[in-house]
Design a protein around this ligand. Structure first.
Ligand code: ADP
Length: 549
């Protein structure tokens, strides 16, 4: 509960609202020559500076107002990580409208549903999405214009829509960023909606800026004016973890990789642009590691990566650290948390530990950033002790934690003032949080919970395993038992019994999966995460060998 305190003496400091436009103004004024490099859809490289970005962004802000966009109205993007998308980030939010980033990997019907729910007035889209736009346009009556991110020459002959470059060309850069309340809405991102309809999370200028301040801190992203940052995490999902804002705040060079996220294309950018820091989900890094391993390559500037969005398998952080000398910061976040809530780095008390002990600490999801508060509770809402063992529902609150979903009444998403993350976690005495599962992924065996993440992490340390997912399948005696679904590395040989034997001594015996199935691939969702609900559907009727006929 926040206690109101009416101080008898008001402070006498300036009150300047925390607005997103101030980030770009700052980057232009103090880091005007720092570069922004983008890879276009056709593979060509676009290069300019924060100053150029600010100029074009003001032109776009003028264009938006000429198109009749008013404060608070939603303007959508269907775009990769690139400079035009970045300009829209600032032009839309900076002018007081709301940037709605759409995930192009969703089905057309789902996209149309989201566009209608958000009541989007404009949709800016990448050229390659023309067929997708043709499919959704008739379903979206609220959209006044679909605008292609390119110039008229890029439009196919039959298409008649407006283009981004024509708008930029038709408007001057004389624009003064409006000043308004910092609590105003700035951007909207929908959760992926793996269960039910997606829900909108509406960020504010204030929450975005406070999240950026906190993200640059040494124990978080540790981004400075000397860094060259490549967000591999998409700008269409949770604002690329805030990096388009954070880099402007810090004055970092920004590298936007476009749509080519395969290992070879990413490696090329890392080396050619001198990337020092990057962030993404584990499945993306797998492709990069495969590429560098297969070709015997090294990184010359890449020093640190943040991995999150799903549990980072220890085998992956070991490979980055031990084989390539790259520091891995494991992070936990979600759309509703802007997204960053915890990051895992060592503290003073860990310095005398052995390498193995440090490695264990660094596997956790980590410590909160200032501005976020967390606790774990039992089914009745009672807070559980920080003993590293008591696992319960993870609750969060803070300056950039969502209060209610889009169109919900205030506080609509909270329970006693806390946001229930839907994750199950433990917290240790040092305040390090470890996710054991998503509530809906937990395997309930004989009234006890088995954490699927731990079982997956162990499987992925086996040299023949590329990817593993563990799900619960029904069992007449135990309710559920773990089934491990595994993708082997190319050419690797591994059978069920060898893999099950690999668990011996690593976990309590009753946690050992009852069975293993080998598959060619696991289903990956629109944000690059393994879709456990699909795997559960696929193996719903799997007959475990431990079930008697
Ligand atoms: P969705 O995956 O539903 O689109 P988000 O992208 O917001 O939603 O993902 C949030 C969820 O991702 C968290 O609730 C948690 O289950 C999972 N997650 C995020 N980071 C981690 C992590 N480091 N370890 C384990 N799970 C994570």
């Amino acid at each position: 509960m926040v206690e109101e305190c009416n101080s008898p003496v008001p402070g006498q400091m300036m009150r300047r609202p925390l607005l997103i436009s101030s980030l770009l103004r700052h980057a232009d004024r103090y880091f005007g020559q720092r570069e922004i490099v983008s890879r276009n859809e056709d593979g060509s490289i676009h290069r300019y500076t924060w100053r150029d970005c600010h100029t074009r962004t003001r032109r776009m802000a003028n264009a938006l107002s000429a198109l009749g966009i008013r404060m608070g109205e939603r303007v959508a993007t269907l775009a990769w990580n690139g400079y035009r998308h970045l300009e829209l980030y600032y032009a839309v939010s900076g002018s007081g409208a709301v940037l709605h980033t759409l995930n192009p990997r969703l089905h057309p019907e789902q996209l149309a549903w989201i566009i209608n729910d958000a009541d989007d007035k404009l949709v800016f889209f990448e050229r390659s999405f023309l067929p997708l736009i043709a499919a959704i346009a008739p379903l979206c009556p609220s959209v006044q214009a679909f605008i292609m991110l390119g110039s008229r020459a890029d439009l196919p002959a039959h298409a008649s829509m407006m283009t981004y470059e024509e708008l930029i060309g038709a408007h001057g850069g004389d624009y003064t960023w409006p000043v308004f309340e910092e609590d105003a809405a700035s951007s909207l991102c929908y959760t992926s909606g793996t269960t039910g309809h997606p829900k909108g999370v509406l960020y504010s200028h204030r929450s975005t800026i406070l999240h950026s301040y906190s993200s640059v801190m040494p124990d978080a992203m540790n981004i400075s004016a000397r860094d060259c940052v490549m967000p591999v995490v998409p700008m269409f999902h949770v604002n690329a973890w805030g990096l388009p804002y954070t880099c402007a705040l810090a004055g970092a060079k920004l590298v936007l990789p476009g749509c080519a996220l395969d290992g070879r294309s990413l490696y090329q950018l890392f080396e050619e642009e001198g990337v020092t820091f990057s962030a993404g989900v584990p499945t993306i890094w797998m492709g990069l590691l495969d590429h560098v391993r297969a070709n015997g390559l090294r990184f010359s500037t890449f020093k640190r990566t943040m991995i999150g969005g799903a549990a980072c398998p220890p085998a992956m952080s070991d490979a980055f650290r031990d084989d390539y000398g790259i520091d891995v910061v494991h992070a936990f976040g979600m759309t509703e948390l802007s997204p960053l809530a915890t990051t895992c780095t060592l503290q003073a008390q860990h310095m005398s530990m052995t390498k193995a002990e440090k490695r264990r600490v660094l596997q956790a999801q980590g410590h909160v950033l200032y501005g976020v508060d967390m606790k774990v509770i039992d089914d009745d809402g009672a807070e559980l002790p920080w003993d590293g063992e008591s696992s319960g529902h993870l609750m969060m609150r803070g300056q950039w934690v969502m209060d209610s979903y889009f169109k919900q009444p205030p506080g609509g998403a909270l329970r006693d003032g806390w946001f229930p993350t839907g994750d199950v976690a433990v917290i240790d005495a040092d305040g390090y949080m470890r996710i054991t599962d998503r509530s809906k992924d937990v395997i309930k065996s004989g009234g006890e919970w088995i954490g699927s993440i731990e079982l997956e992490n162990i499987a992925m340390t086996h040299e023949a395993v590329r990817l593993a997912a563990c799900i619960g399948v029904s069992h007449p005696k135990w309710d559920e038992r773990p089934l491990l679904v595994v993708v082997r590395k190319q050419g690797a040989v591994l059978d069920r019994d060898t893999l099950l034997g690999f668990y011996e001594g690593k976990i309590a015996r009753w946690w050992t999966p009852d069975d293993v199935v080998f598959v060619d691939a696991l289903p990956i969702g629109p944000t690059g995460k393994v879709l456990k609900n699909r795997i559960r559907e696929q193996f719903r009727d799997h007959r475990l060998p431990t079930v008697r006929a």
